[in-house]
Design a protein around this ligand. Structure first.
Ligand code: SF4
Length: 194
């Protein structure tokens, strides 16, 4: 198995699906073999492609609030790994951003996960991460979030933290009322215990 350092270096140099990426390759990931929590999202948006910093936006603020952690904790790679299903911005279509490039997870994901031996919690955001990390689950993302306790405490399917998702949160108040307090408690425990 490659060292984690070599693997990250190979990913930074990756041009595998260059021809399909409107802004070219720019993998945006946060990774250390020491990480305890994995955020498995979809793919960087245009803004993240420009800054190179994952969740440095309103969605990130919401996500950090959901987890009960500050930016310093969130951007500490030895605590939190951020690995979207596609590492580069895939472009956008009529219905928003395009899906993550499938080659990305096929090529890199298993190798990266093999280095994450200290993981206690995987947070799933979106249908592509759901399909990968809970392949036995055949329902919708909303139903997966509703059935959160079936994969808890190892894996938690979540709604997208985007402010555009406010309507979903209003329609499903149990997420903030029941799931978030349990999630915050678990995240705090994980980050304060070796
Ligand atoms: S999306 Fe993934 S596979 Fe495609 S160029 Fe970026 S890092 Fe490589």
């Amino acid at each position: 198995m490659q060292t984690a350092q070599q693997l990250i270096s190979d990913i930074r140099d990756c041009t595998l699906c260059r021809d399909t990426l409107p802004l070219g390759p720019r993998p945006v990931i946060q990774f250390s073999p020491e990480a305890r929590i994995l955020i498995a999202g979809q793919a960087p948006g245009r803004k993240v492609h420009q800054t190179g910093v994952a969740f440095d936006d309103a969605s990130g603020d919401q996500l950090r609030n959901w987890l009960g952690i500050n930016r310093e904790q969130f951007y500490d790679a030895t605590k939190v790994a951020i690995l979207p299903m596609g590492f580069c911005y895939p472009g956008s279509g009529n219905n928003g951003d395009l899906p993550p490039r499938p080659e990305c997870a096929e090529t890199w994901r298993e190798q990266l996960l093999a280095h994450l031996n200290k993981l206690d919690l995987i947070l799933i955001i979106g249908q592509y991460a759901l399909k990968y990390h809970l392949p036995q689950y055949k329902g919708s993302v909303t139903n997966a979030v509703k059935d959160w306790h079936t994969s808890w405490p190892r894996v938690l399917p979540m709604p997208h933290p985007s402010p555009r998702n406010r309507r979903w949160l209003k329609q499903h108040p149990w997420f903030e009322q029941q799931v978030l307090p349990v999630l915050r408690q678990r995240v705090s425990f994980i980050l304060h215990h070796d």
